[in-house]
Design a binder for this molecule. Structure first.
Ligand code: FEO
Length: 385
């Protein structure tokens, strides 16, 4: 355990070898599962627990410390998964959480209700000379999430909110580097962006609480919370950037030719473009690009008279991540027929975007196709201006 300050300890673990999260998103730097021990003059509380595969190491590191309360800020098992072993090891410890999380840990981890103390928003729990105050913050990113504030030390434990999949060695504090910024953005894109409005709200709440330290459940601790709060204000703002994101899959090069042609036109007009080969590029990079995009141009070949499955996957992902993009369109190429445009457009139904006239061609682009792409470029340029 590492003492952070005044009898508050970091007791989380690095998982540097983890390559993918939720069996979906590649991890560039692995991740950490952060847990914190707060020793008051009368009682000791553990804030969040551990991902189950690492529970033995976690319990060993806790040693014979006495724990009176286990604060469950969130029911997802990377933070709550060691609760069953903890209540066995500490038969007198009480789990403290909100109503939604209580239900989750009862259903998912079979925690007996008698072991749980349910708290309300704003309620406080005394540890003697230290006080924990609970802010129920549903939606970042489950309905059961809450923050725990250590009042006297001005330390705010935000669980997943403001976190990053970023590992460290001895230095548990944010280095405010470009690498951390990118990691935090990737994490925001993949986990928090679908709840952008809630993230806006809770960014303001954290600013109002004005903690001296923000301690999330993944990644480093922020001694300077302004670093991450400024980033969240930018990422969650309603205004996208002058950026067109162009995920594409191209079986025989026709779609790529058209994507390249459109990108050149847009670049010449001062619009930034980001082309993303859905098959070979990192899915997390696409998610990150969607944080800022004003327009999405999805390019696809056809397989068996339908959009290429990789394009369908990208459309599905964009649809669930629900970025703030304002415009979308489709560029497609087919061999012998089928329905590409309607199927792909139908998969973007969650997005509040205006659909710009798509371009679809049999085989390679021809003179009239390039005219249509010129029209598409002109429309996008007008919209971005
Ligand atoms: Fe890191 Fe929602 O769990």
């Amino acid at each position: 355990m590492i003492e952070i300050k005044n009898n508050v300890y970091y007791c989380g673990l690095n998982d540097k070898d983890r390559k993918i999260f939720d069996e979906l998103i590649p991890l560039e730097h692995g991740t950490t599962y952060n847990s914190y021990l707060v020793k008051g003059s009368e009682k000791t509380a553990l804030i969040d627990t551990m991902y189950p595969p690492m529970s033995d190491e976690f319990l060993k590191n806790l040693g014979d410390v006495k724990i009176d309360y286990i604060i469950a800020n969130h029911g997802e098992q990377d933070h709550s998964g060691t609760l069953p072993k903890l209540i066995e090891k500490y038969p007198d410890a009480v789990i403290v959480t909100n109503r939604f999380c209580k239900n989750n840990i009862m259903e998912m981890l079979l925690i007996p209700p008698a072991r749980i103390k349910e708290i309300q928003n704003g309620e406080e729990l005394s540890l003697g000379d230290k006080t924990l105050k609970f802010y129920i913050a549903p939606g970042v990113h489950w309905p059961d999430t809450m923050f725990t504030y250590l009042v006297e030390d001005k330390m705010l434990f935000t669980c997943d909110f403001l976190g990053a999949h970023y590992t460290f060695d001895d230095n548990i504090y944010a280095d405010n580097s470009e690498a951390l910024k990118l990691s935090a953005k990737r994490y925001y894109a993949e986990i928090m962006m679908p709840f952008r409005k809630m993230c806006q709200k809770y960014t303001q709440l954290v600013k109002e609480i004005n903690p001296e330290m923000v301690l999330p459940s993944h990644g480093p601790i922020y001694k300077n919370p302004k670093f991450i709060l400024d980033l969240y204000e930018d990422w969650t703002s309603d205004e996208p950037k002058n950026l067109v994101v162009m995920p594409y899959v191209s079986m025989y090069g026709s779609v790529k030719e058209m994507i390249d042609y459109l990108a050149e036109k847009l670049n010449a007009a001062g619009i930034q473009t980001l082309k993303h080969d859905i098959v070979s590029d990192d899915l997390g990079d696409l998610a990150m690009a969607l944080v800022d995009a004003k327009t999405i141009v999805l390019g696809s070949s056809m397989v068996l008279a339908s959009p290429h499955p990789a394009a369908a996957n990208a459309a599905y992902l964009a649809n669930v991540l629900n970025p703030k993009a304002q415009y979308a369109t489709i560029i497609g190429s087919y061999g012998w027929g089928g329905d590409l445009i309607d199927k792909l457009a139908g998969m973007l139904s969650n997005l509040k975007v205006e659909i710009i006239e798509p371009v679809l061609v049999k085989g390679r682009a021809k003179a009239d196709t390039y005219q249509k792409l010129d029209e598409m470029a002109k429309t996008i340029i007008e919209k971005h201006n």
